[in-house]
Design a protein around this ligand. Structure first.
Ligand SMILES: [Zn+2]
Length: 444
């Protein structure tokens, strides 16, 4: 084993989420069979991972937190393993060119993965059901995975839950089957997906199908709700989806689902093909409606085209915030330029010396300044190259990297190539400087 690989196995592959990920192999496919008991929050899992070794090694590591592996098999044979805190280490020779099947049988009471600097993330028990909100390090709370955002895989998921509950997941529902006192829901995800974007949602929901979008759109809502408010807010999703598709190219997945939990949640969160909102966001106020547009736009920016490293989070959040402003203009509530000026004013009153957009550090990766300054960067780029080139470069970026993982450097290079000019000065100021640049487009 190389020294670099050995050190990555100890420390993880991304300094923003220490002790996650093994760079020595990629998972190509996850096959997950899960049984969940809502009463008592008990999960039994049987996971089969198709793994492709990238380096010669005799040790494979998986991320698994708070659950107990009972048996581990490689190529169908039981292997020795250790499970320390959140790392499941298997002893088995691996070499490039020979794919391996790793099977883990496990169980326990799932709970969110804590972090020293980030909020806990992952499987979360609700009053009556459960959600998974895994960004950025919560995937190991419900299945053994190689938890690197740059390792995308396809998924098959079967999960059983008590009758009376609706189950949604990041994938297309293939069917349900009742057996004994449980209903098994089967999903497949054929578009490559990062582990943090995999999700399961279990609750007593009504499924509301919405028409008018190029793909099926649905909202899963609790029975305790105001349908007039629902129609005026989540009811607009097909229009939003059609609008973003016109601007950025086809919606990248087969459907979109918004889940509104019966519980209040601190923030909404995107997963692949699905977003989760607390009931407190079922509100006609712009501060709630903007988040419906925001989470939907993540399907293009973050879920289809995903960062390789967490330091590049502005590529997700900057564009998603910019999409809020685009929707505000489309819906006649404001103009993009007015939003840019309003947010630039707000940003200019905040401390600036501790924030660099290209590498904000784990403690600030979800800081509102990353989101808003990221959106201001997008606008500065748009004004510099003009509308035609701007939308052309964003569309071709999304098209060329669909289902793949990217970096800021790749975006800067792509933007310059399509625009036909050197844009490094603009990105140097916005991404690498700490001082907030002047407001783009403001007429003084
Ligand atoms: Zn976001």
């Amino acid at each position: 084993m190389s020294t670099a690989l050995a050190s990555a196995l100890r420390s993880g592959t991304d300094p923003y989420v220490p002790r996650h990920g093994d760079p020595g192999f990629d998972v190509l496919h996850y096959d997950l069979t899960l049984a969940y008991k809502v009463d008592g929050n008990r999960l039994d899992g049987d996971a089969t991972l198709t793994c492709r070794p990238l380096a010669e090694t005799d040790t494979l590591q998986l991320d698994l937190y708070g659950l107990h592996p009972q048996k581990v098999f490689v190529q169908g044979r039981p292997v020795r393993f250790t499970h320390l805190r959140d790392r499941l280490t298997l002893k088995h020779p691996a070499r490039p060119g020979q794919d391996l099947t790793v099977r883990v049988k496990y169980s326990g009471k799932p709970r969110p993965v804590p972090s020293r600097v980030l909020d806990a993330a992952g499987w979360e028990e609700l009053e009556d059901g459960a959600i998974v909100a895994a960004q950025p390090h919560g995937a190991p709370s419900w299945f053994p995975c190689n938890d690197r955002p740059d390792n995308k895989a396809t998924y098959a998921l079967r999960i059983s839950a008590p009758p009376g509950y609706t189950v949604a997941a990041s994938g297309e529902l293939q069917g349900t089957r009742r057996s004994g006192n449980a209903v098994t829901w089967s999903f497949t995800q054929t578009a490559p997906m990062a582990s943090y974007l995999a999700t399961v949602q279990i609750g007593r929901y009504d499924a509301i199908e919405q028409t008018g979008a190029p793909v099926p759109v649905r909202t899963l809502a609790p029975s305790r709700r105001d349908d007039t408010v629902l129609a005026a807010t989540f009811g607009r999703q097909p229009e939003m989806l059609a609008f973003f598709s016109r601007l950025f190219g086809d919606y990248p997945f087969d459907s979109y689902t918004a889940v509104i939990t019966d519980d209040d949640l601190e923030i909404p969160l995107e997963a692949q093909g699905l977003s989760t909102f607390g009931r407190n966001f079922l509100d006609t106020d712009w501060e709630s409606v903007r988040l419906i547009a925001h989470e939907l736009s993540h399907q293009w920016f973050g879920n289809s085209v995903t960062l390789q490293r967490w330091r590049d989070i502005w590529l997700h959040e900057g564009f998603a915030c910019y999409c809020e402003w685009l929707w505000a203009e489309e819906d006649g509530l404001s103009s993009v330029q007015a939003e840019v000026e309003r947010h630039h004013d707000l940003q200019s009153r905040l401390p600036q010396d501790d924030l660099q957009l290209s590498d904000p550090g784990p403690a600030l990766m979800f800081d509102d300044r990353v989101y808003k300054r990221g959106a201001l960067t997008v606008h500065a780029l748009r004004l510099r190259v003009g509308d035609e080139k701007f939308f052309e470069l964003v569309r071709s970026w999304l098209q060329e990297h669909r289902g793949c993982s990217v970096t800021s450097e790749m975006f800067v290079e792509h933007a310059g190539q399509v625009a036909g000019e050197d844009l490094r000065d603009l990105f140097d100021r916005w991404l690498h400087g700490t001082e907030l640049p002047p407001c783009p487009g403001r007429e003084s």
